[in-house]
Ligand binder design. Structure first.
Ligand SMILES: Cc1cc2nc3c(=O)[nH]c(=O)nc-3n(C[C@H](O)[C@H](O)[C@H](O)COP(=O)(O)OP(=O)(O)OC[C@H]3O[C@@H](n4cnc5c(N)ncnc54)[C@H](O)[C@@H]3O)c2cc1C
Length: 321
């Protein structure tokens, strides 16, 4: 099923992202994790792709098994950096042959130790070229990435948006954002995108903060900012792993509830292959999405450290107000 068929006003798509594990044991652990999500009826599960194509086989294996054996719709990520057109064509054909109908078309990042390709190389420079390539070759549903706070390499938000418009026009069906911790970035970006003529659904990428180390690494890598008050609260409990985790889950839950209320087209969870937290948040917010649309949202207040109580899966909205 093409994921585009699942977008409907007031009914956000809910999805999880995993990456292919390094070894066979990890593969089957992940398989069981995804299997355990089936009763939750996620809209789809996506599997990342190594920038140099390193885990191409695992991505294909996983998305195929998730769809055929487990019975959850799947989407393969595909990066073009470091790959020739012939190699990319083979991957797209393989995906189609295995019945995969959804692909997230990305540029990827060149590893620091790799020499940049020469302009003559048979390599796409931007994801928009990959999108056009897939579109010319197949009728797959194509998703692409977008950046509410701007892509780190973009000269300005305006330039980034112009490039995004070009990418969407090349054949993108929907967009998934880079993670963000302040919903205002998402709302502003969605408004600017709409004004620029981008009308495809924009799915919000959410990652709960589970450790201070993780959050520092990620924000450095992808340029997402953390609201200072959230950072202060998290750093104030830095030595207490459980408290950090609980605060992170609380914040992510609040983000999701607001996003649903503000009619985000969907929520995509970056799980980092640790699904317990995202699963708990998912179950909590799923209860808020009624068949006919989102239920009335609970009052949303600023999270504060003393609301974080031990032993709760996700702080309930009743305790938040
Ligand atoms: C939802 C999501 C999933 C991801 N999954 C993966 C994954 O599985 N594997 C992986 O390796 N990485 C993944 N990434 C990371 C992604 O590969 C990087 O963020 C990468 O740096 C940019 O990829 P892109 O597809 O957005 O590139 P592009 O859309 O090509 O944009 C990259 C930069 O080039 C600029 N640009 C675009 N077109 C032009 C143009 N014509 N002229 C000048 N500048 C231009 C853009 O403004 C931007 O600064 C993911 C990111 C997101 C948000």
């Amino acid at each position: 099923m093409r994921i585009t068929q699942q977008f409907s006003p007031g009914r956000p798509t809910l999805s999880f992202e995993f990456f292919p594990p390094k070894d066979e044991i990890g593969f089957w652990d992940l398989y069981r994790t995804v299997e355990s999500l089936k009763p939750l009826h996620p809209t789809y599960v996506s599997v990342t792709y190594g920038s140099g194509g390193s885990d191409r086989r695992q991505t294909l294996d996983l998305v195929t098994r998730i769809k055929s054996d487990i019975g959850i719709e799947s989407m393969a990520h595909l990066t073009c950096m470091g790959a020739t057109r012939a190699e990319l064509g083979t991957v797209v054909d393989d995906l189609k042959r295995h019945g995969i109908e959804n692909v997230l078309a990305l540029r990827g990042d060149r590893p620091a130790d790799q020499v940049p390709a020469t302009p003559e190389a048979d390599e796409f420079r931007y994801a928009s070229e990959l999108v056009a390539f897939i579109r010319a070759r197949s009728d797959m549903c194509i998703a692409a990435a977008c950046y509410p706070e701007g892509h780190p390499e973009a000269g300005s938000l305006t330039a980034d948006l112009e490039h995004l418009l070009r990418k969407v026009d090349a054949g993108v069906d929907f967009l998934i954002t880079q993670l963000f911790f302040d919903n205002r970035h998402f709302y502003r970006f969605r408004e600017r995108a709409l004004r620029a003529g981008i009308k495809v659904p924009i799915v919000a990428g959410i990652m709960p903060i589970l450790s201070v180390k993780q959050i520092r690494r990620f924000t450095e890598m992808c340029g997402a900012s953390i609201p200072p008050d959230l950072l202060n609260r998290i750093e104030s409990v830095e030595d207490d792993a459980e408290a950090v985790r609980h605060l992170g889950m609380y914040h992510a839950t609040q983000q999701c509830l607001q996003l649903i209320e503000q009619e985000a087209a969907g929520i995509h969870f970056y799980t980092l292959n640790r699904s317990t937290a995202t699963r708990a948040i998912y179950q909590h917010i799923k209860a808020m999405v009624r068949p006919g649309g989102p239920a009335a949202s609970p009052p949303v207040a600023q999270a504060s450290g003393d609301m974080v109580k031990r032993g709760d899966a996700v702080p309930s909205p009743e305790r938040i107000s």
